[in-house]
Design a protein around this ligand. Structure first.
Ligand SMILES: [Mn+2]
Length: 327
């Protein structure tokens, strides 16, 4: 089911129930909705993200999207299904995160890549923990304007500003295998930055992305992340400049262009073993002309296209990834 109708599957791919082991066992990837915004600190509305991301597209809902640059069809070359939404009440964050973590863990245990459509970023706790259950050693590549490493959120352990601290504190992810790209603005405070440094987190501020170039940063991140058995990719849409992605809860000026994030996500997925991902913080009530939801939809397609390239390399009829030309 979808928590907020109408019932639409991601670009028309097959709809499968989360408890249908037989159907899931034959799948490579499952789209799963996390319609939850009880973890927001400011503007809510991300509960409507999954529905908007699924439905923001002008082409037929035929379960096929041939990628022009890469000559792959991520929805045909991979077996991709949509398992609908997890029921996540905004009034009980621990109940909601528990249900999501269980669903994500179920997919990961079946060797299905969970692609979680958020939802605010508090869901990262469930997504990372649930995916990690399948692997001994997992790295996280995290695109965001914010570090999301706060200790407490209005006095509570869970919220969209704290998940990255929780997964490190729990021992789920080692700090030196946590890579953040795009940080900017006026948060967090020095005490939190000092905590991050003690964990040996690697955080690339947007100023460093600008001065060194996105390609150089991605090379460094991928070289380190590939030492882990698996990688979780967390994409907070607010890493993108609000000019391109206004429909989000805590916008911060000065971010990536849409093109840069799309290329970066594709590059990460075609370079390291991404075994779970999330696209979060799309808040349709603040969107204009669906541009933010459409960008999130394309982030999923770029990611899956990258996975296709990684799984079927060496076809010389296919062009090089255009990002490489950008260096
Ligand atoms: Mn975030």
């Amino acid at each position: 089911m979808t928590m907020y109708g109408p019932e639409v599957s991601f670009l028309g791919i097959p709809r499968v129930e989360i408890d249908d082991d037989e159907a899931l066992g034959g799948s490579d990837v499952a789209i799963i909705g996390a319609p939850f915004d009880g973890g927001t600190s400011y503007r809510s509305g991300a509960r409507f993200g999954p529905q908007a991301i699924r439905a923001s597209d002008c082409q037929p809902y035929d379960g096929s999207r041939p990628h022009l640059a890469l000559r792959v069809d991520p929805l045909r070359d991979l077996r991709v299904v949509d398992v609908g939404d997890v029921e996540m009440p905004a009034f009980d964050i621990e109940l909601a995160l528990g249900r999501l973590g269980e669903a994500v863990g179920r997919l990961a245990a079946l060797d299905v890549i969970p692609v979680v459509l958020g939802g605010d970023h508090s869901i990262a706790y469930a997504d990372i923990t649930g995916t990690h259950g399948r692997y001994d050693d997992m790295a996280v590549v995290h695109f965001d304007a914010h570090a999301d490493t706060g200790n407490l959120h209005f006095g509570h352990r869970f919220g969209h500003g704290t998940p990255m601290r929780r997964v490190i504190e729990d021992g789920t992810i080692r700090g030196e295998r946590f890579f953040q790209i795009g940080l900017r603005g006026y948060w967090p405070d020095p005490a939190t930055l000092a905590w991050m440094a003690r964990q040996q987190m690697k955080s690339y501020e947007i100023t460093e992305v600008r001065s060194r170039g996105l390609g150089a940063i991605l090379d460094e991140v991928c070289a380190a992340a590939r030492q882990s058995e698996a990688v979780f990719l967390s994409v907070d849409i607010d890493v993108v400049d609000p000019a391109f992605a206004p429909g989000t809860g805590t916008p911060e000026p000065g971010g990536l262009a849409s093109w840069e994030l799309l290329s970066a996500v594709r590059h990460v997925c075609s370079t390291v073993q991404v075994r779970g991902m999330e696209v979060v913080e799309v808040a349709p009530p603040y969107d204009h002309a669906n541009v933010t939801a459409l960008l999130a939809n394309r982030i999923v397609l770029e990611a899956l296209s990258g996975v296709c390239r990684l799984r079927a390399p060496g076809d010389s009829s296919r062009p090089e990834d255009p990002l490489l030309i950008d260096r």
